[in-house]
Design a protein around this ligand. Structure first.
Ligand code: V47
Ligand code: SF4
Length: 372
């Protein structure tokens, strides 16, 4: 009996779930209906096995991490996303805006400790257009020429270009020339138009988000993608979200990683919503890994779900644990995530080794720096 059939027998599968499992084990892409059926299955063990098989085909036993830090230039934002715990109005208590000098001094602090990547995201500031961010990237690259810059969500790019009266293509050309190496996946939230209008009414819409990423990919700027889950959406909305990403990826091949973002409820307008359970989080990683078989990496962002859950997610298709962070981000701590998120290189290596997988320190573009 083949290994695949043994698995199918041991988890006592029958009917359509068996057909889906056979597809996954034979490397055949599953449909949106199949994904929905997997989401509705309580068989977490099967989902883990299928996700790990998909992961192994894509990245073997390797699990990636990097030495990174975040810069959040401002939390002043013209948008009013109801799930956001971080946004402030100009002049409101708790609002901040860092100057380029402040930011360069942070860059010097973290690069001297070995960081290879900076992740820059913040609010959409009412008075900072694309030219400010071009100056910012130029200043960072002159202070730290080797530091890779992963910066600005599609929402920030869209709105900074509108403010500067230039097209997204022109804006991205300027940012790329100033040192933008890749873009993070934030701002995607959930693509379903009705839910999006409810939870983040004035944000760039789904079509706009996908268009910015398509433009970036066609210009040779790789990007990530995210999905905010556990807030009002149902499984069909998640599958629709994943499918829109898989379709764009077929065309551009520009997405490096997918990062599911678990809704955190502290200090925002949806505090009455119960957060998703660990079982749901693991199921979501597994179905994402199986369905998005054309996006190379699946990341568990540990400041959001915690280190233990992130370690466990390695049995559900995850092959990237993000990075050291070094207590440099507030977005998730303000919403109830890790309060002072910080992981040493050794800690990340041990988390991966304990799961009998191979830790690989990577750069922003997933080139290997060192394998352990
Ligand atoms: O766009 C904000 C989300 C995103 C909450 O690309 C929330 O490597 C849950 O995109 N509960 C920003 N989510 C963070 C982000 C990210 C993080 C890590 C790695 C990468 C990457 C990207 O955070 C926002 C929004 O979707 N968010 N508030 C909240 N209360
Ligand atoms: Fe602004 Fe981002 Fe918060 Fe939305 S999630 S209000 S765009 S800072």
């Amino acid at each position: 009996m083949s290994f695949e059939n043994k698995i199918i027998q041991s988890v006592q599968l029958s009917g359509s779930l068996k057909t889906i499992a056979e597809k996954v084990l034979n490397g055949i892409q599953i449909s949106t209906d199949d994904a929905l059926e997997l989401y509705n299955s309580p068989n977490l063990a099967l989902l883990g096995i299928l996700a790990c098989e998909t992961k192994k085909r894509m990245s073997g036993d390797d699990v990636y991490f990097n030495q990174n830090f975040h810069l959040e230039p401002t939390n002043i934002c013209i948008n009013h996303c109801k799930f956001c715990s971080y946004r402030r109005r100009e002049g409101q208590k708790g609002a901040w805006e860092c100057s380029i000098e402040d930011i360069v001094s942070d860059v010097e602090k973290y690069t001297s400790k070995g960081a290879t990547e900076v992740h820059i995201v913040g609010g959409v500031h009412p008075n900072r257009d694309v030219n400010f961010y071009v100056d910012l990237l130029n200043a960072i690259k002159s202070s730290a020429p080797k530091l890779q810059i992963k910066a600005f969500t599609a929402v920030e790019i869209d709105q900074m270009c509108k403010m500067g009266n230039i097209s997204v293509h022109e804006g991205l050309s300027k940012l790329k020339a100033a040192g933008l190496d890749s873009m993070p996946g934030g701002g995607a939230e959930i693509f379903d138009e009705k839910i999006r209008a409810e939870i983040c009414p004035d944000k760039t819409d789904s079509t706009g988000w996908l268009k910015v990423h398509e433009t970036a990919h066609k210009m040779g700027i790789p990007t990530n993608a995210t999905m905010l889950y556990g807030l009002l959406e149902n499984y069909s909305h998640r599958v629709d979200h994943l499918n829109r990403l898989r379709e764009l990826q077929k065309e551009t091949k520009g997405f490096n990683a997918f990062i599911p973002l678990k809704f955190k409820r502290e200090n925002n307008a949806y505090s009455f919503v119960q957060e998703s359970s660990l079982i749901e989080d693991l199921k979501n990683y597994a179905v994402s890994r199986i369905f998005l078989d054309n996006i190379p990496h699946l990341k568990a962002y540990w400041p959001m779900i915690g280190k233990q859950a992130a370690q466990l997610s390695l049995n559900f298709g995850v092959d990237d644990l993000d990075g050291t962070i070094d207590d440099s981000t507030k977005i998730y701590s303000m919403a109830g995530g890790e309060e002072n998120p910080k992981a040493s290189r050794t800690e990340l290596i041990n988390m991966i080794k304990e799961m009998q997988l191979i830790p690989v320190e990577r750069d922003t573009l997933y080139n290997t720096i060192e394998s352990f």
